[in-house]
Structures are given as C-alpha cells and as structure tokens.
Design a protein around this ligand. Structure first.
Ligand code: SAH
Length: 452
C-alpha cells in the first residue's frame, strides 16, 4: 500500500486544526496527520508513527513556533490530560466551537446558537474518583497511566485533575502494599495480583473509599492491609477488594469484598445526601455537576406543579434534585443496582414524589405513554451514543412542553436534535456548554427544545 507519508519519516508542518479528541491536525496535500500535543498555528517537526491509507499519526519532535494558547508548563505535556497543554480559556472556546462546528455541518448554525462554556475558577484537582493501573517498577508497586494508544506505562504521583487528597491516599496505599511481597498484574501473561487502585472521595463529606482490584479472589494479607489503610488514614471509611480475573480492559470485576469499614461512602450534591458504592455511577466533577444540574433545572422552568420524566437517571441525582421543584418525577435507568441506590437515596432524603423504574428508557417511555402519563418536561441524560429514534418518537408522542437534553457527546446531540425537529420540536434557547471535564476533550451541554 502506497501512503503519502511513511513510518519514521520526518516532516516540517504547520498545524491547522484540533480534532474533537484534541489532537493537532496538519495536512500533507489533503492527507491529514494527527499529532498529539500540537496546537493550531504551530510550526513543528514531526515524525510519522503510523501511516494508514487515509491518515497518519505523528509525534512532535521540535517546535519552530508556539501557539499563544499554549501552557508553558512542561508537566502538562506528558499526555495524562489530553488538553492540558491548552490554556483554559482556549479549552472553553474549543468546547463551544465543537458544538458550533457540528451545527454548521448540519446547516443549523444560523438557527441554533451556542453560549460560552461555563468553566471552573480552578480547573484542576476536581475529580472525586481515580481509577489507575498498578505496575511494578524496580521492585516497587507504582500507579500511573498509559500514554494514549501505547503500552508505555508512566508512573505518576500528581495526576493534575484528581482531588489532591486522592493522590495522597494512592501513594499511602502503595506504601502499605509495598510492605508485602505482592505482584502487579501483567496484561500480556494475565498473571500477577494487583490490577488497579480506585479511590473515591466525597467533595463535601471528605469520606474516602479505597478499592483494590485483584486478579483472582486470593489476596494474601488483604485484611491486614485494609486495616492498616483505615488506621493510618482515618478519612478512609471503606476498603474494598474487587475481583476481576477476566482478560479485559474493563477495570472493575463483578465481585466486591468489604475488607474493612463500610461498603459505601456518602457525599452531598445540591444539599442532598447520596450513598456511593464501588460500582455506583456518580458524576466525577461534583462542583460542576451542581452547576450543570442547576442550569438544567432552571432551563426546565419548573414551578412546582409539573410532572417530569428523568430518563437515564443513574442513582437518581437529577431526579432528586428536581423533586422539590416538581409535583411528580419519574426516573428510569437500565442498571438495577443504580435504581436500588436511587430508591435508597430518595428515602435518605425523605423525598416521596419520585418513582424509579429499572429498564430500558425506550420501553419505559412507551409504557408511560400508554399509561396516559403526561409529562410537562422530559429530561434526558443519555450515554455517549445518544438517543434512539424510538425514544425520541415516544418522547414526542407524550407532547411535553419542554425537552431538556443533557448531552456528553455533541455529535449525537446534533443528530438527535434533527430527529426532534422532524417530530415537531425546535431548540428554543441557545445551547449551554458546561465544562464537566477540564483538561480533557469532553464536551457536556444542555439543550432545551419546545413544540414548534
Ligand atoms: N443522570 C445521571 C446518569 C447519567 S449517565 C447522572 O447525572 O448521574 C447515563 C445513564 O444512562 C447511565 O447510568 C447508564 O447506565 C444509563 N443507561 C444507558 N443506556 C440506557 C437505556 N437504554 N435506558 C436507560 N438507561 C440507560
């Protein structure tokens, strides 16, 4: 196969654009080179790492000129955060622009505007959860990360975007683990014991949970290690062994064993208490989640008399935040454990105007429709793949005054907006991006649609 560039070829190029994944794009004639860490406007020397028929990946070797939007801090260049090398104001613009470009491609940019991204004052150390691989380097267990698209493990102490107390807990846990002769998992041979460490920490409660993911159930000294963790770190309220002996890059296995302390921790969000287990889906940026939910609730324009459906409700965080502003809320979610958590969270907060159902949002939407439920507002917060036609059809058939779409993927958002337009809805306010994931390429936004 003849490609316009070949592996290990060195080229001098000018970067023109950023992909939705935050990679720099340079062109050789019309053939794109994707270059991690390179920014638009920069002239660089790059080496081709992988050449395919329609594109190539290259690595930047040398900069002849640098973007004014570049952060001049070398710690940000190592790839742990895909957009860490871009100044924060430019990151916020990049995210707004992602949505604008997709609307433009769909010829909707005249009609639908996008507001500036709501960002964080201090956009680092925000994550309340870390899931990091453990490997043995020079006889010591270490945590770190894999460079994008490689098997190159980089040990790391400060992960930039994780709660700093979580970084400390990771290091202290390693010190304890390293007192025992434990092996680290090896993907190639599928042998070795410790696969990952996961730490969650309540932003308001300061309660922490340590999850040690092991390859197999046998964990020599596991109880002793867990007790040492709890004794040396009083804020750690739960130590869990999670067993994962499958050959997969899914981090958690199905079996949890409580080694010390409780099985859950709690945190508050918008003043409501939530129980969080090792497996619970819980938003990772608590500060911005409050901004996101409050914005979504505001845009829903509730007066206290409405019936609201919260499809894709997870552990009920949006439903329960909405409850005091609505007459009745219905939530649906496909993971049974999440609904068990949601029901418990409703009780914990003495909220009794929310019904939670386990199942497919499409099916429940159709069921509620056939039961004659008339929602005033339908709130959707789907995973990256977005909504299905059947869900959009059932939602529109219930004729809600408003649809509030919380999206974590602008590509499927714009696709689904067009589908809603075919069903007689239109976007009635500018789209509001909210930065849930600073330093990364992820774009979260809120869109409101009403009947045309
Ligand atoms: N609104 C929640 C969760 C959003 S994440 C929050 O803010 O925390 C999206 C959720 O949709 C996940 O919990 C996922 O399990 C759920 N989900 C995925 N596919 C689904 C489907 N077909 N029907 C219902 N829920 C689904």
């Amino acid at each position: 196969m003849k490609t316009p560039v070949s592996k290990n070829e060195k080229l001098t190029v000018t970067v023109e654009d950023l992909t939705y994944e935050g990679m720099g794009v340079a062109k050789v004639d019309d053939y794109p080179l994707f270059i991690a860490g390179a920014l638009p406007g920069e002239e660089i020397e790059a080496i081709v790492v992988k050449a395919r028929k329609n594109f190539a990946f290259a690595r930047a070797l040398k900069w002849f000129s640098k973007s004014p939007d570049r952060v001049e801090d070398d710690a940000q260049q190592d790839g742990v955060t895909p957009l860490g090398h871009l100044k924060y104001a430019a990151q916020l613009k990049f995210k707004q622009n992602q949505i604008q470009q997709l609307l433009k491609k769909a010829h909707l940019d005249e009609q639908i505007k996008v507001l500036s991204t709501l960002g964080m004052k201090n956009p680092i150390h925000y994550r309340n959860k870390a899931q990091v691989p453990v490997r043995k380097i020079n006889g010591q267990l270490e945590v770190g990360f894999y460079r994008k698209g490689s098997h190159h493990f980089v040990p790391m102490k400060d992960f930039t975007i994780q709660d700093q107390r979580i970084d400390e807990i990771l290091q202290s846990t390693l010190v304890i683990l390293n007192k025992y002769d434990l092996s680290a998992y090896d993907e190639q041979t599928q042998r070795g014991l410790i696969r990952h460490l996961m730490v969650r920490r309540g932003y308001y409660s300061h309660e922490a949970m340590v999850v040690i993911v092991t390859n197999g159930k046998s964990f020599p000294h596991g109880d002793k290690i867990a007790n040492e963790i709890i004794e040396s770190m009083p804020d750690v309220k739960s130590v869990i062994q999670n067993v994962n002996n499958r050959n997969t890059n899914v981090i958690l296995g199905n079996q949890d064993i409580v080694l010390a302390g409780a099985s859950t921790i709690t945190d508050t969000l918008n003043g409501l208490r939530f129980k969080i287990s090792a497996h619970s889906f819980y938003q990772v940026n608590p500060q911005q989640t409050e901004v996101l939910y409050n914005e979504a609730i505001k845009q829903a324009g509730l007066t206290g008399n409405e019936t609201v459906i919260d499809a894709y409700c997870g552990i009920g965080t949006i439903s329960l935040s909405l409850a005091e502003h609505a007459r009745k809320v219905y939530g649906v979610e496909i993971v049974p454990e999440a609904i068990a958590d949601a029901k418990e969270n409703a009780q914990l907060n003495h909220i009794d105007n929310v019904d939670f159902e386990v199942g497919n949002a499409e099916e429940w939407m159709a069921k509620w429709e056939s039961q004659g439920i008339n929602p005033d507002v339908i709130m959707v917060d789907p995973p990256r793949k977005g909504l299905t036609n059947s869900l959009i059809h059932s939602a529109a058939a219930m004729n809600p005054k408003k649809i509030v779409y919380v999206s974590c993927n602008p590509a499927t958002l714009v696709r689904d907006i067009q589908q809603f337009m075919d069903e007689g809805y239109h976007v009635s306010q500018p789209i509001q991006p909210v930065d849930q994931f600073p330093m990364t390429q992820h774009v979260e936004s809120i869109t409101v649609m009403t009947r045309s």
